[in-house]
Design a binder for this molecule. Structure first.
Ligand SMILES: NC(=O)c1ccc[n+]([C@@H]2O[C@H](COP(=O)([O-])OP(=O)(O)OC[C@H]3O[C@@H](n4cnc5c(N)ncnc54)[C@H](O)[C@@H]3O)[C@@H](O)[C@H]2O)c1
Length: 452
């Protein structure tokens, strides 16, 4: 593949994809072309948050992207990422806003903890960048309203990292089956997402060298760093383990809910059924006591360990979100049911495809007619990068993402308050419960407010 071809790669792929009706796959030679030769043709990107997922994503998209700037609240992670991703040639920063100031960087990847998504995403949009942000896009429902408003105003391309939408042989195919009417009206969907771990008391510890804890906390409440060594990575309220703390995450309900509730909601959407529930309620166990929706102990994991929620929709459909059965999405329709997870897509309607296959373009239609990269690890990135060229809405756009993430957030509020909530999806308000409604937002710590 010549350099000129490489330069035109994303644009031409996208154009070809838009103009054909059969599934369009990037060719092997395009996606697996020699990387070193094409180095100068790759798109410069700024990485904000060089932890597990930020690193994984940059490796997955390494054929397309050149990581020229890295920001992280932990200097040791800045350095490790620079070495591994950029041969030490990237500029490293403590403050991610230095990346947003640079005119040579048009694209950024945000892979910080969940409480640190909304502010950089909004600031990046206002600075004219396109963004691939990890899921779950927000910590609260109100943050979603803010992001959507700024996205509409700026027209920036924002892809959310729910990469299951770009897993063509499994999740996208399941959606295509629903869209092609193979299940009929959906009566019930179930997102089984596993539970969250507990921890013993985690003592206050000295902050590790390099980690700027004040910066890491950012908009979240000021609190001590905690760490307890164990035989794995250790228990902490910091790196990776933040997802088991209400202060920084919605726990499993948003961590994995963002994946499987997403597929369940996408299925309702392509079938023309309501995607905002009218109520949500159920049961949840927490490892600590909650009062007025707030955990009463601050020295251990506090997000829901086990739960079973039912969201009800105006057409009678129900969505179950639970921890206690096989991880995956069950979609039950009038004509049959299918189960899909990251390993399999099964059910009688899948068997029937042998005699009655889907139309050739069904999966591409489910994928909104956008070009498809067949390498699973790269597909979601390819979709984003194509959309930055064509200015089409990417497959995991912020608007459809928030429709489903609101369901996860509502389950979290219901869990913390221990009661059923009624939801006005149009106005995005919890009705008849001012205490619950106040939990649509959280205060930002002074100095970390979002300026719009
Ligand atoms: N799509 C997926 O399947 C998937 C999988 C894993 C994680 N994720 C998501 O990716 C995000 C990161 O998760 P992770 O497991 O990589 O966590 P992590 O703790 O390993 O990495 C987060 C990094 O962000 C850095 N950071 C914190 N505040 C910062 C700031 N103000 N500026 C710059 N960097 C800052 C931290 O120092 C850390 O290095 C989460 O939102 C998570 O839900 C998605």
């Amino acid at each position: 593949m010549s350099n000129q071809n490489r330069r035109d790669f994303l644009r031409t792929s996208a154009v070809a994809g838009a103009s054909v009706s059969v599934p369009y796959f990037f060719s092997r030679s395009q996606t697996l072309a020699d990387e070193t030769k094409a180095k100068n043709d790759r798109i410069p990107i700024g990485l904000i948050g060089a932890g597990g997922m930020g690193m994984g994503n940059m490796r997955a998209a390494a054929d397309y992207l050149d990581v020229v700037a890295i920001a992280d609240a932990d200097k040791s992670r800045q350095e490790a990422a620079n070495k591994k991703l950029s041969n030490g040639k990237a500029d490293v920063y403590d403050d991610y806003r230095k990346i947003l100031e640079r005119d040579d960087i048009k694209i950024v990847h945000v892979a910080t903890p969940d409480h640190w998504h909304t502010k950089p995403v909004i600031e990046a949009m206002l600075a004219g960048k396109d963004i691939y942000c990890e899921k779950p896009l927000t910590l609260t429902i109100d943050e979603g309203k803010q992001i959507r408003k700024v996205q509409r105003e700026t027209g920036r391309i924002v892809q959310v990292g729910t990469q299951q939408r770009s897993t063509f042989p499994l999740f996208t195919k399941a959606i295509a089956m629903v869209q092609q009417g193979r299940l009929g009206k959906i009566l019930r969907v179930q997102a089984a997402i596993g539970g969250a771990p507990t921890s013993p008391a985690i003592p206050v510890a000295e902050t590790p060298a390099g980690l700027d804890w004040e910066r890491w906390l950012g908009p979240a409440p000021k609190t001590d760093y905690r760490f307890l060594a164990d035989d794995k990575r250790g228990k902490t309220n910091g790196h990776y383990e933040f997802r088991w703390w209400y202060e920084y995450s919605g726990g499993k309900l948003t961590d994995w809910g963002a994946h499987h509730v997403d597929i369940a909601t996408w299925a309702l959407s392509v079938n023309g059924q309501p995607t905002s529930p009218v109520s949500i309620g159920g049961t949840a166990s927490h490892p600590v006591e909650y009062k007025d929706g707030v955990p009463q102990q601050n020295d251990r994991y506090n997000t829901a360990t086990a739960f079973n929620f039912v969201a009800k929709y105006a057409d009678g459909t129900e969505m179950v979100i639970r921890n206690d059965t096989d991880n995956g999405v069950l979609i039950e329709g009038e004509k049959g049911r299918i189960f899909v997870n990251r390993r399999k897509l099964v059910g009688a309607p899948v068997e029937e495809l042998k005699d009655n296959p889907l139309p050739e373009d069904a999966i591409q239609k489910a994928y909104k007619g956008l070009p498809m990269e067949e390498n699973e690890r790269k597909a979601h990135w390819a979709n984003f990068l194509n959309c930055t060229q064509t200015r089409d809405e990417p497959i995991s756009d912020v608007h459809s993402h928030m429709k489903m993430l609101n369901v996860c957030h509502l389950a979290g509020i219901s869990a913390r308050l221990g009661r059923t909530l009624n939801w006005d999806g149009e106005n995005e308000q919890i009705t008849g419960d001012s205490e619950a409604n106040a939990m649509l937002a959280r205060p930002y710590r002074e100095g970390y407010e979002i300026e719009m």
